[in-house]
Design a protein around this ligand. Structure first.
Ligand SMILES: Nc1nc2c(ncn2[C@@H]2O[C@H](COP(=O)(O)OP(=O)(O)OP(=O)(O)O)[C@@H](O)[C@H]2O)c(=O)[nH]1
Ligand SMILES: [Mg+2]
Length: 458
């Protein structure tokens, strides 16, 4: 990325014909650069002559030629998104105009911005912490109301406040331990001996555990949870897939082996994006190569599932082959669905209980559309994908939260041993991890990784 003394420019709107196209500049020369290419319509004023944070209609000009009409807004530091001098130009959304405008910015001294560079500057200038910056990207990528709400709650600082609370408690405790190291003998603080450190650490662990419990991965929320429907041929997998999607997506027929490929389609359930995957039946008595390939693909799909839904034909019963497939679900989160409940049942409760081995089971009839919405809600619950009272965290944050819990374990062990210096060291490590979560501790390679996933212009 560029140094912050450089001024950057980028299109903030996607390429392609549209009503408006926005180009933004950020950095010390933003307004000076805008002066070279913009004049207001009536009074031909330069951007530097306009009051900050006001909008003005005018023209983009290149050597006397009018390129387009545009609205300009200049924002003087620090009152801007990045905290630097900024200019936003809204012109017509034509690729020709936008690229010409960017060229003019470049000729006047701006560098083309890299992905996320505006938000990175906002972070570096203290406009937001790293949890908020990451949430900006989640907000842009959110495709469901649930994910949008979560991203907004993070941008407004829900995660930042939770981290700050743990930091306050940790700093206070470390302060007491350090005082104990320095003054303990003389002033008889005996903080550690009086159990003070361990009581405080328990409270901190409690607070952290709550945060870990509340958190769920942003990637699944944004890209969709993968729910793979599997089972024996003809169990009604494709019928269930279609019923859950409320769409006739897969072909269904009474001939076993109808589905050959892995078929995916997404839907939104209770504000959560779910990607359902229909698979070929496993265990088809066939020597054909194509059927073997289908079965391999089904098994592969199961391995990548956030949740597997094992469909049982309730009118056929549970047999040896069902158990063989169940064994392939080892290590995968799965539930059982008994389908075709409109027909005479052939499964007794004990067999079903034994097959499910503690896993949940739901009964449906795809033909009569019975039990489908209950199953959909159940899937959301099983995925842990509900949004109420929860925090969407990036893989990076989740990893650090787990490390934080680990460092508390080490601190607790040192409290047991009564070694103040080591307690203080472990608490310091925990503070360091907290700092990496919200960006109080800056590591350039981490920042690069966070911002490289952003779009250009954000
Ligand atoms: N009576 C009844 N029939 C059902 C129900 N669900 C599916 N079927 C029928 O069962 C047959 C198989 O359904 P599919 O959905 O194609 O089954 P599948 O598991 O995808 O089958 P393959 O792709 O061949 O593995 C079709 O004739 C469906 O109409 C149900 O709830 N009740
Ligand atoms: Mg099928």
């Amino acid at each position: 990325m560029h140094s912050r003394t450089e001024t950057i420019a980028a299109a903030a709107t996607p390429p392609g014909p549209s009503a408006l196209g926005v180009v933004r500049l950020s950095g010390p020369d933003s307004i000076k650069i805008a002066d070279t290419l913009f004049r207001t319509r009536k009074s031909a004023r330069k951007p530097s002559e306009l009051p900050s944070r006001t909008c003005h209609v005018g023209s983009i000009v290149d050597s006397g030629e009018i390129i387009d009409s545009a609205v300009i807004c200049t924002m003087k530091a620090p009152l801007s998104y990045t905290g630097e001098d900024m200019v936003e130009l809204s012109c017509h959304g034509s690729m020709l105009i936008i690229s010409r405008l960017l060229q003019l910015c470049r000729l006047a001294g701006a560098a083309y911005a890299e992905p996320g560079e505006f938000t990175k500057r906002a972070f570096l200038n203290g406009k937001m912490d790293l949890t908020q910056a990451e949430a900006v990207n989640s907000l842009i990528r959110a495709r469901t109301e649930g994910a949008r709400k979560q991203a907004i709650s993070l941008i407004s600082g829900d995660m930042s406040r939770a981290i700050e609370k743990i930091r306050d408690m940790l700093e206070e405790t470390k302060g007491l331990v350090d005082a104990d190291i320095e003054w303990g003998e003389e002033q008889k603080i005996e903080f550690i001996e009086q159990n003070g450190a361990s009581v405080r650490l328990k409270k901190i662990i409690c607070e952290t555990d709550r945060l870990v419990e509340q958190s769920y991965p942003a990637e699944s929320a944004i890209e969709g949870y993968r729910v793979v429907i599997c089972g024996l041929p003809n169990a009604g997998k494709s019928s269930l897939f279609n019923s859950l999607l409320k769409l006739s997506r897969s072909i269904t027929s009474r001939i076993p082996g109808t589905t050959r490929d892995v078929i995916e389609s997404e839907t939104v359930i209770d504000g959560c994006l779910v990607r359902f995957v229909d698979t070929a039946g496993i265990g088809l008595e066939s020597s054909k190569e194509i059927d073997k390939i289908s079965a391999y693909r089904s098994i592969d799909a199961i391995k990548s599932a956030d949740l597997a839904v094992y469909v049982i034909d309730g009118s056929s019963g549970i047999g040896k082959k069902d158990y063989e497939i169940r064994d392939k679900l080892e290590g995968v989160n799965w539930i059982a669905v008994v389908n075709k409940t409109d027909l005479k049942p052939k499964i007794d409760n004990n067999t079903l209980k034994d097959f499910c081995a503690g896993k949940e089971k739901v009964s449906v009839s795809c033909k009569r559309k019975r039990g489908i919405s209950k199953l959909a809600k159940y899937i959301i619950k099983e995925l842990g994908a509900g949004y109420a009272g929860r925090l969407m965290v990036s893989a990076r944050q989740k990893d650090l939260l787990e490390k934080l819990s680990g460092s508390f374990e080490s601190a607790a062990a040192e409290i047991e041993n009564g070694r103040s210096e080591l307690i203080s060291f472990e608490l310091g490590c925990a503070l360091d991890i907290l700092g990496k979560i919200d960006g109080k501790v800056i590591e350039e390679n981490i920042l690069d990784r966070v911002f490289e996933n952003f779009c250009i212009g954000k």
